[in-house]
Each structure stands twice: as C-alpha cells, then as structure tokens.
Design a protein around this ligand. Structure first.
Ligand code: FES
Length: 179
C-alpha cells in the first residue's frame, strides 16, 4: 500500500516536471516568436519609409495672352495658392496667397482693388504692399518666367520674401516679368 502511494507520488511528480518543462519551452518559443515578429515589423517599416511626396513647386500658368492687363487672376489660388497679377503695362508677377501675419489665405476684392485677409483684417494693395491690419510686411512673390514654348511658368521654390515698409516692385524688380 505504502509502495503504491510512493509510485503515485513519483508519477505525479513526473507529470508536474513535464508540465513545467512544457511551460518553459512554450515561453521560450513565445519569446522567439515575439522577437521575430518585432524584427519583421521593423523590416517592413524599413522597406516602406514614411516619405512625404509633395507636389512640384513649379507649374505652368498657360499663355500670357489669357491674362487681362490690370487684373489679378485667381485661377491658381485654390490649387497653388498663387495669384498671377498683370499690371496695365503688361508686366506679370506671381504672388503667394498667404497672409504675412499668421498665414491665412486673403481674398482679392476686385471692386476695392485690394486683398483682404478674413482672419484679422489685414489689407494689401494690388502690388502686395500691406497698408492696414496686423500684417507686418507685404505679400511674398514667386518667380515667374516664360518657358521655351511661350507659357508662363511659376516656380514657388524661388521666393521673393518681402521686407516691411518698402514697395514690393522696388524691393524685387526681378519679380516682374516683362514680355
Ligand atoms: S492672418 Fe491675415 S491678418 Fe492675421
């Protein structure tokens, strides 16, 4: 009887030992799998980096004769945040529709011949010169040129950043395209 009890204890002990071994083995494999999964995720992130594909800063604005002298053309305001302005003398410039106060988008008001910012009320003349509200300086311009095919090309990578208190045409005569 005593011997039967001892055998029972040994079997139970063996069963417990195996169970513990299984548990440890399972834990080890779990660790290996977790490690491999982490490495796989890291590898996938490496293969697909977080790259921001920005649109080109250059765009074609079309034929110069589609722009009326003495007007501000708003065709590219929505898509490019740029106005193409043509003075009465036929010269062009491209101006960023970005308020120099806090970056809101002003509106061109043809009846008043001015740009008005809806955020804090800054006002700018047709040339971009600021004259009212908190904007500290005139609106900036982008380079405008003529392509070999004769189209207007605006390059927002080349900016004419305006200083305060000076007429934009005088600050950057190069920002004007005369054709
Ligand atoms: S952002 Fe234009 S006036 Fe403030």
């Amino acid at each position: 009887m005593a011997r039967d009890t001892q055998i029972g204890i040994e079997e139970e002990s063996d069963a417990t030992t195996w169970s513990r071994r299984d548990f440890l083995s399972l834990t080890a494999w779990g660790g290996v799998l977790a490690f491999l999964s982490t490495m796989l995720v890291a590898f996938m992130r490496f293969m697909f980096p977080r790259v921001l594909f920005e649109p080109s800063p250059r765009f074609s604005a079309g034929r110069p004769d589609t722009f009326q002298p003495g007007t501000v053309d708003t065709r590219f305001k929505q898509s490019q945040r740029v106005w193409i302005v043509r003075y009465e003398d036929g010269s062009f410039f491209a101006m960023l529709a970005i308020c120099t106060h806090l970056g809101c988008t002003p509106n061109w008001i043809p009846s008043d011949r001015k740009y008005k910012c809806p955020c804090h009320g800054s006002g700018f003349y047709m040339s971009g010169l600021n004259y009212e509200g908190p904007a500290p300086r005139p609106l900036d311009r982008a380079k405008i040129s003529l392509s070999p095919e004769g189209d207007l090309v605006v390059d927002k990578a080349v900016l004419y950043s305006m200083k305060p208190g000076q007429d934009p045409d005088e600050q950057y005569p190069d920002s004007l395209l005369r054709i």
